[in-house]
Design a protein around this ligand. Sequence first.
Ligand SMILES: N[C@@H]1[C@@H](O)[C@H](O)[C@@H](COP(=O)(O)O)O[C@@H]1O
Length: 235
Amino acid sequence: MKIIIVKDQQQGGEKALEVFKQALDQGAEVFGLATGSTPLTTYTELVNSDLDFSQKISLNLDEYVGLKADDPQSYHAYMQQHLFKFKQFKQSYLPQGDAADAQAEIQRYNELLTKFPIDLQLLGIGKNGHIGFNEPGSSFTEQTRKVKLTPSTVAANARFFDSAADVPQYAYSMGIGSIMRAKKILLEAFGSAKATAAAAMIEGPVTPDCPASVLQQHPDVTVILDQAAAAKLSK
Ligand SMILES: N[C@@H]1[C@@H](O)[C@H](O)[C@@H](COP(=O)(O)O)O[C@@H]1O
């Protein structure tokens, strides 16, 4: 793992832009994208850059089950608001939260991932070490699936909803097996709330108890941390 420690989230976004630029220079065609507050500065940097994604494909990590694409809380809406409205991609895919047939939706998404192997996967990390919506205990080999969110993740994401009761309890998520197939991975973590998870990911044992720890086994991972998120690293 290559660890980059920056002053703050703003500087983290600037570093992330460099990683995207390098991936494009190396011929990346397919980008795996993430949501949450963590990638916001990265998306702002991408939007304000002259990088051209108009012939590139994107695939998002996850989507809440039950939300329509035009629901303002959906990850579709998030991506539209923060990136796609400003930066054109050739084609962008997310799981369809309101799909009538969950199994068919999972299969559709797995087929897309096979058709478009991800060159650069952007990730955040949950306070409990989850990546995508792969909560502690998730298998390291699974592909896209429907997952039940833990109470702590529901609580953490409640800030984006009117009330905790409105937070969906299930999501479609690329599995850890899908994430690990990406050629290159860029994980960002900002703020003291992520310090324990960041230390477990980087220095702890590789265990499903901290799903992000599996990244220690990936050959090309860059981690961008701000000083607060890096505070619990031993060196
Ligand atoms: N599914 C998302 C993850 O992809 C994200 O990494 C995590 C952290 O969110 P934030 O960046 O807002 O801290 O939250 C959600 O659970």
